[in-house]
Design a protein around this ligand. Structure first.
Ligand code: AMP
Length: 568
């Protein structure tokens, strides 16, 4: 029975300093209750634990009862900011069990980003650990900021230890009856205006689609051991670590560590250790591991692998070939799964040939040109969808207008993905990347506006424009042009301050790789920055095409002459 199937959990938790969580308290609205997860030690392969479905159920029920004790009711929003530990899964499922709406914030986001999301979703409970500690350790200069805040005294009136809360609560909890269209969770994704959007998903459509896609896309069978290396803080983790596999009673691996600790063969070691047969990761991880060659893989037995999946960003041919030939030993199909926080599941599912994709059941893609005309046959243009399907988002939390304008206004009658694509003569789709002002860094979607807003908060910066530049491991990285206020000097200290600013405002994932001093930016006569030109400067593409709409074409020459060759 499902109850007897084991979920294997690899726990590598070294985090957990409650004091750091205190750090964020002053940022929060009144009445916020802080719950802490108990400490766990170590980031070594020795720290692992098996959890059965029965244990999982009990832990979820205990957590559900604890949330109820705190007054959480159906429909209330609960913020979760945890590393990849079982308590993260318990808490999200506990919310689902009692009808509360979880809003998980990726633990790599800064406390300001967390705060923004908590306020937008009007959460009054945050379940967290000291998991921001690891980032602070890495980024010594942020440490000062948090260290100061760490002095914030523990507030008995609103702070609670997880262990104290769980002490003595019952491990039985009747699930709440829900309407199929009741909200299940909110998950924030970057928006092109800079302010993140709270993508809202509902109970039945989401569960149905994650469960179904998990089963069919990965060809899941009960003797499989499945492992997705994503973080639950992103939609991939929500869907393909928690809901999809668990709804199928799957045996799966939850991994908290990083691919290169304590050695560069860590992922391959885990595949051997648990006999992983279905493996799902991101191109950025593949590119990172490719750098170390075949030797780390050859130390382990990867013969259990049957299907390989990739998600998050376009996979480049070199990475695809390495994944197929070296990891999959030319036995395993590579499934390239294109999807978004908003769409939940595999819009496309690839054939076992280099990242060509075709739609999953119920998904009807179309390719449009700039005028919204549908293109037939072989074509390249905007990727849109004709009809909704059960797992599609139901709205932007608290902002119906933004939901309509972001996804449906540009091409009425279609859902606009924001991605470009090419359909080949055989009818397969090839995703060509974002065609709006969004960047995809290591599979994380970032908004240029959000980074620009962080940069212009610095007192020396008058204006900023951010574009993407290809990066060997991350896929894309941030190239920032900054125009300084009069008499301000562009130097190393300023660059460091700007990087820090972005990390504080958004998080380490958004750290700029390149920062260029831009005495002027290429603008049209109506004052609009021509990002196309900036992208070409960042990529050192000399053929700039038509510049006749520029107010001052000389700006381009200056920017070219001062372009950054090396990362900041
Ligand atoms: P997110 O909502 O953060 O999951 O990001 C969704 C975006 O990631 C999409 O709009 C694409 O730009 C990109 N993306 C996700 N998966 C793929 C894939 N398999 N191939 C190409 N781009 C992808």
């Amino acid at each position: 029975s499902k109850m007897a199937i084991k979920v294997i959990l690899v726990l590598v938790c070294s985090r957990g300093q409650h004091t750091l969580l205190k750090a964020m308290n002053p940022l929060f609205p009144n009445g916020l209750i802080l719950i802490n997860v108990s400490f766990r030690e170590g980031n070594s392969p020795d720290h692992h634990q098996n959890i059965t479905y029965n244990q999982l159920l009990r832990s979820v029920c205990r957590c559900a009862n604890a949330l109820k004790l705190l007054g959480v009711k159906k429909g209330d929003r609960v913020a979760i900011y945890l590393p990849m530990i079982p308590e993260l899964v318990y808490t999200m499922l506990a919310c689902a069990r009692i009808g509360a709406v979880h809003s998980i914030v990726f633990a790599g986001f800064s406390s300001e980003s967390l705060c923004e999301r908590i306020m937008d979703a009007q959460c009054n409970i945050l379940v967290t650990a000291g998991n921001i500690k690891c980032f602070i350790k890495l980024e010594v200069w942020i440490c000062v900021f948090f260290y100061t805040d760490c002095m914030t005294p523990w507030d008995e009136s609103c702070d609670i230890w997880w262990d104290d809360l769980m002490d003595g609560v019952s491990d039985e909890c009747e699930p709440e009856w829900m309407d199929s269209e009741d909200p299940l969770f909110i998950l924030y994704t970057s928006g092109s205006t800079g302010k993140p959007k709270g993508v809202l998903h509902t109970v039945t459509g989401y569960m149905l689609y994650t469960s179904l896609t998990f089963k069919y896309v990965f060809d899941y069978h009960h003797d499989d051991v499945y492992w997705c290396t994503a973080d639950i803080g992103w939609i991939t983790g929500h869907s393909y670590i928690t809901y999809g596999p668990l709804a199928n009673g799957a045996t799966s691996v939850l991994f908290e560590g990083v691919p290169v600790y304590p050695h560069v063969g860590r992922l391959w070691e885990i595949i051997e250790k648990y006999g992983v047969s279905k493996f799902y990761t991101a191109p950025t991880a593949i590119r990172l591991l490719m750098k170390y060659g075949r030797e780390p893989l050859q130390r382990y037995d990867l013969s259990s692998l049957r299907v390989l999946g990739t998600v998050g960003e376009p996979i480049n041919p070199e990475a695809w070939l390495w994944y197929y030939e070296v990891v999959g030993q030319q036995r395993c199909p590579v499934i390239d799964t294109f999807w978004q926080t908003e769409t939940v599941k595999h819009l496309q599912l690839s054939k076992p040939i280099m990242n060509k994709t075709c739609p999953f059941f119920g998904v009807q893609p179309a390719v449009l040109n700039e005028h919204g005309e549908e293109l037939e046959g072989e074509a390249e243009g905007y990727l849109v969808f004709r009809k909704p399907w059960p797992g599609i988002m139901r709205g932007v939390y608290g902002n119906q207008e933004r939901f309509e304008s972001t996804y449906f206004r540009k091409f009425p009658g279609f859902y606009v993905t924001g991605d470009g694509c090419r359909r080949d003569k055989d009818g397969y789709y090839w995703i060509t990347g974002r065609i709006d002002d969004m960047l995809n860094v290591s599979g994380h979607l970032l908004s240029t506006a959000e980074v620009e807003a962080a940069l212009t908060e610095h007192p020396s910066v008058a204006e900023a424009a951010v574009v993407s530049r290809p990066h060997a491991v991350k896929g894309e990285c941030l190239y920032c042009f900054v125009t300084l206020k009069d008499h301000k000097e562009f130097n190393r200290t300023l660059m460091d301050e700007l990087k820090r600013k972005v990390r504080e405002k958004i998080g380490p994932i958004a750290t700029p790789d390149f920062i260029q001093n831009a005495p002027g930016l290429p603008k049209t006569r109506s004052g609009k920055i021509m990002r196309r030109v900036l992208r070409q400067i960042a990529r050192n593409e000399k053929d700039l095409g038509d510049l006749s709409t520029l107010a001052d074409p000389k700006v381009v020459e200056v920017l070219f002459s001062q372009r950054c060759e090396a990362a900041a």
